[in-house]
Design a protein around this ligand. Structure first.
Ligand SMILES: NC(=O)c1ccc[n+]([C@@H]2O[C@H](COP(=O)([O-])OP(=O)(O)OC[C@H]3O[C@@H](n4cnc5c(N)ncnc54)[C@H](OP(=O)(O)O)[C@@H]3O)[C@@H](O)[C@H]2O)c1
Length: 266
């Protein structure tokens, strides 16, 4: 069990109740009740000028104590953490360990959520191939053409879902997680995986931190497509999908917006 010794962070509520004072992020980010299918929530951080990757090659340049606190709360609320393999590699993802602060968020559920990782190469961080203390394994979603030796090895350590074709489509991911009863999904990207969910119209919610920094040109946005990602948009989007601003918090100059899919968007 990991204890939480981080200094307290205050979130000021700006919306939906301006002037309401301090907000409890666990309440402000509760998933919808009575879900009947997986709800795909993304949590991403961008600079004020829209960049998602800083000089470190990751997002930590944009992070803050408040952003890390919210990230921890969102992980505590979810049934499964979903991530693209490049983010898992570059940010050194490991199996999540239970945290004391999660106990009230996870009553009746396992003490920590499993991670699901999407990969064609199956080049995965070792830390994701360990079982957690309860024996639960990482879910690996891959394609039939994945390297056979790696596939055999990953099968020994993980719950593997193999999809025919070149890509694991967002609909495959939703189905596989739904079959496992994992409805409260949190994806932390990266930008390429997120682009596929946006393009498929399967993103239900975007939690977007706007960090008070400028990154200038050259940094990818929180969604990015391009060569090597079949299905990802390479030109201007064909759709402009409406979303609703469901909440807005502020802490230490960072803004924490919660956008949900517009019910009229089909
Ligand atoms: N600002 C933020 O909030 C934020 C959040 C997350 C990440 N990041 C940054 O973003 C960068 C990484 O993100 P990224 O967009 O380059 O990569 P990504 O989306 O994390 O991962 C892409 C990889 O995921 C696998 N993948 C994606 N779609 C797939 C599909 N349909 N079928 C099978 N496999 C699929 C492939 O893995 P294989 O290569 O293994 O085949 C692909 O190379 C890092 O710099 C990270 O620090 C920023």
């Amino acid at each position: 069990m990991v204890s939480d010794s981080a200094p307290p962070v205050r979130f000021r509520e700006l919306l939906p109740r301006p002037g309401a004072g301090d907000a409890d992020p666990a309440a402000a980010y509760a998933y919808p009740d009575r879900l009947e299918r997986p709800w795909i929530r993304a949590n991403m951080v961008a600079s004020a000028d829209g960049g998602a990757v800083g000089p470190s090659g990751g997002s930590r340049d944009l992070s803050s104590a408040a952003d890390r606190r919210l990230l921890g709360t969102l992980r505590g609320l979810c049934d499964v953490l979903l991530v693209g393999a490049r983010t898992a590699r570059s940010e050194g993802y490991r199996v999540l360990r239970a945290r004391r602060a999660w106990e009230p968020l996870r009553r009746g559920r396992p003490p920590a959520p499993p991670t699901a990782v999407v990969s064609r190469s199956l080049d995965l961080p070792e830390g994701l191939l360990e079982a957690d203390p309860q024996g639960r394994r990482t879910i690996v979603l891959t394609v039939a053409g994945a390297p056979a030796e790696r596939l055999a090895r990953v099968r020994r350590h993980a719950d593997v879902v193999v999809v025919e074709g070149l890509s694991v489509g967002p609909e495959h991911i939703v189905d596989a997680l739904g079959e496992r009863g994992l409805y409260r999904v949190l994806t932390e990207g990266g930008p390429h995986l997120l682009a596929e969910f946006v393009s498929a119209g399967l993103l239900d919610e975007l939690c977007l931190t706007t960090s008070p920094h400028l990154l200038g040109s050259g940094s990818p946005r929180v969604v990015a497509g391009g060569p090597g990602t079949p299905g990802a948009p390479e030109r201007a989007s064909a759709r402009c999908r409406p979303v609703r601003l469901a909440g807005l918090l502020e802490s230490e100059g960072s803004l924490f917006a919660r956008y949900v899919r517009d019910p009229g968007d089909t």
